[in-house]
Structure formats: C-alpha cells, structure tokens
Design a protein around this ligand. Structure first.
Ligand code: BTN
Length: 266
C-alpha cells in the first residue's frame, strides 16, 4: 500500500512538473486557443481540454466534429526552445507525429485490450475490424512562433443520431464506462514519457513499435498529392527517421513521401 501511494505520488509529481492543464466546457477550438497562448509566450506543457468545440478543425482544412462525449485537447511542445538542450532542429519535428500517434495508440490499446487499434501514417488512429477501417482519433501538429501546437480528438461515445460509418468510438470497444479525465491524464503522461525519450535518444527506438502497429504495412497503397494527382503506387515498407512513409514500387525502387505533400489511398 505504502509503495502504491509512493508510486502514485511520483507519477503525479512527474505529471505536474510537465503539464499545466486547463479545462473548458466549450471553446471554438482548443487548437485556436493554444495558438493564442503560444503567441502570448506560454510555455511547453500548457494544455487546454474542452467537452465541446464549436469550430474545431483537422489537417488540410477539414472540420472536426466535436459534440459532447469525446475527448478534445491541445498542448504546447517546444523542443527547439532554449530550455531544451537536445540540439533538435526543424528537420526533427515531423518525427513528433509518429511519437504522438504511438503514444495514443499505446494508451488506447492498453485501455481497451484491443489489438484492432492501428496507426494510419502519419497520425490517424483507426479501428480495423474484418478489413474495415474506421477513424477513432485524429491528431494535428502545427508549428507557430517556433513552438508546436499539438491537437488530439478522440471519439468516445457514439452519438444517438447516426454519424458517418467511417468513425469508430472507444466506448464500443469496452464494457465499462470511460472517464475522460483519467484518459487525458494517461495520454499526457505517456506523451511526456515518450517525448523525454525522444529528446534523449531520437526517434529511432520508437520506429519499430510504430511500424508494428502501422495500418497496411506490407500492403499496396497509392500515394496522392494533396492536390489530387497520383504520386506513386507501392508496398508500404515503414517510416523513415524523419517521419516519411517508405514505399517500394513494383520495380523495387524505394521512395519516401512527406506528409505535407501526399496522403495515402487504400
Ligand atoms: C485530423 O484528423 O485531421 C486532425 C484532427 C484534430 C482534431 C483535434 S480536436 C482538439 C484540437 N482542436 C482542434 O480544433 N483540432 C484538434
């Protein structure tokens, strides 16, 4: 019992030394609010969570539906900041996409005990069942004023009115109810652990676990430019140390694709 309490205190202390979390019932977008905080000079670890968002957005200008019953939060990372002496540069930043998706995948898999939770490069979290994939969580990363605004949205409770069947809900994977506050704490704890590991040792140790959960690894996919034209078709091999997707074309050539330029079509 004593050990349990001591361990719990150590976890809380580690959490409090990195994170400063503020909760809202409703905001336009936790990303928008966090970017304002960055402009005002807020430090790494500042995190906003909201029960609902009225103007949430995803990558490539998509909207992100944020009704009650989900977990929506954004936070600041500042790996290039003067307080961090890890020698990171802009070239290292895309790897953080991998780090965040691996953190979320690991926590959600442990919570649900499900082996159906996969990562779609670079950072969507899917539930894949009987060959059908549905999106459980979206992650965005935006660089602003030399800091990063990281946004995470997780679908928890399936709304009573039917939504697109391309969405998955965490609540459908477990029998007991999910406490969003506890889930947030677990996610932030794990993000901070992997982030410190990345600052110390780089992304290389995180690539094997990321690839082991990679959706469609070993399968043929098409990469399209964000403008719509096809870039390449090939077999998914894995990801590079700079966060690019590695494909092998039919002629055996290996190409690397940047998430700022292409997305995958399955
Ligand atoms: C995507 O899949 O395109 C990324 C979705 C990111 C959604 C989250 S929800 C919390 C944060 N606030 C936003 O406006 N967006 C992110």
């Amino acid at each position: 019992m004593l050990v349990d309490l001591a361990e719990r205190k150590a976890v809380h202390d580690a959490f409090d030394s990195f994170w400063c979390v503020r909760a809202f019932d409703e905001v336009d977008s936790t990303n928008t609010r966090i970017k304002e905080m960055i402009a005002q000079g807020a430090p790494e670890g500042t995190c906003f969570v909201a029960r609902r968002q009225t103007s949430a957005y995803g990558r490539q200008g998509r909207t992100w539906s944020s009704p009650d019953g989900g977990l929506y939060f954004s936070f600041i990372l500042d790996p290039l900041g003067a307080h961090v002496s890890a020698g990171k540069t802009y070239i290292d930043l895309p790897a953080l996409s991998l780090l965040l998706s691996l953190s979320v995948q690991s926590v959600l898999s442990a919570l649900t005990g499900s082996d159906m939770i996969r990562i779609k490069w670079p950072n969507d979290i899917l539930v894949v069942e009987d060959g059908q994939a549905a999106k459980l969580c979206g992650i965005s990363l935006e660089a602003t004023n030399q800091k990063l605004c990281c946004g995470i949205g997780i679908n928890i409770t399936r709304p009573e009115t039917p939504t697109e069947n391309t969405l998955a809900y965490l609540g459908d994977l477990v029998t007991e109810s999910i406490d969003p506050d506890e889930l947030l704490m677990q996610l932030l704890t794990y993000v901070a652990v992997l982030y410190q590991e990345w600052l110390r040792s780089g992304i290389a140790p995180l690539i094997p676990p990321y690839e082991s959960h990679l959706y469609n690894k070993g399968e043929r996919v098409t990469l399209d430019f964000l403008t719509g034209e096809t870039f390449y078709t090939g077999k998914v091999i894995g990801v590079s140390l700079t966060g690019e997707l590695i494909l092998e074309t039919e002629s055996g050539e290996r190409i690397q694709a940047n998430s700022g330029e292409v997305h995958t079509r399955h």
